[in-house]
Write a protein that binds this ligand. Sequence first.
Ligand SMILES: O=C(N[C@@H](O)C(=O)O)c1ccccc1
Length: 329
Amino acid sequence: DKEHTGDFHIEEAVEWPGLDLKLGQVSGLALDLENNLVVFHRGDHVWDENSFDSKFVYQQRGLGPIEQNTILVLNPSTAKLLHSTGKSLFYLPHGLSIDKNGNYWVTDVALHQVFKLGADAKEPLLTLGVALQPGSDKNHFCQPTDVAVDPITGSVYVSDGYCNSRIIQFSPNGLYIMQWGEETSLGRARPGQFRIPHSLALIPDFSQLCVADRENGRIQCFRLGTGEFVREIKHKSFGRELFAVSYAPGGLLFAVNGMPYPGEAEPAQGFVMNFSTGEIIDTFIPLRKRFEMPHDVVASEDKTVFVGDVHARTVWKFASTEKSKAYDK
Ligand SMILES: O=C(N[C@@H](O)C(=O)O)c1ccccc1
């Protein structure tokens, strides 16, 4: 018999108790080498209209760094806290990713810096950028948003940022290699132009780096190592803002968009796409509570997906529900 499986579908795993966690603004998610869920959150700090002046200088240094542990390692099924770190280091956490050696790579938009942390190191192993100093040269970022590390070459890619429009490549030990990208000019957004490069997904199998080009409501993918534009993925159902993008081994690309603007039809939702064709094969929203500002998404090989939300201060879990299997007689 030839077996057909139903089309792909994911829905919220309502048995996941992670909704009860008391978290700060959840900005970044990653899966570690044991497939535990790692959450990067802001404890008692919030990013609001008063956080920065017109020159993007952080205004709340007087608060000191976040005293809570900002990096939480959770059991992906029970949401039990396995390990936590990252206290007294950060002011406004943003992006998080984990390299093939299990090191954490994070960005802080208040410090305008990127850090490499050993899973249990208290002090960063590597620091890029100058604390609290926004800029756009080789040694300064402006509200850097995410980091991705190539598992084959160890190259480090940084999406920089809310107040810059570029992707920078560094060597494994943090030497500036090259950059690409420019501000979106008035009118149509052209390839290689950004309006908040907000999240990165590195796809080793295809040697591509995909960027959530947030305010252009699109994903742009580039060739690793050269920064050459490969293609854009954009759908009407993304609406105006596309916040995060993530790749799961096996060829699926995941994304979350922003809340609809007044009058827009499309709700905040998650998307599952076939990486090769760029086509949407499923969309998802929570059954419990609702997306407010879905900010990061991460997916494992078995199609378990987690979404972190900055305003809802929540992490939802989604799992694939293989539809009914139909058999040819
Ligand atoms: O986008 C914003 N924040 C999120 O991305 C986030 O990372 O919190 C933001 C915009 C205006 C004012 C304050 C915050």
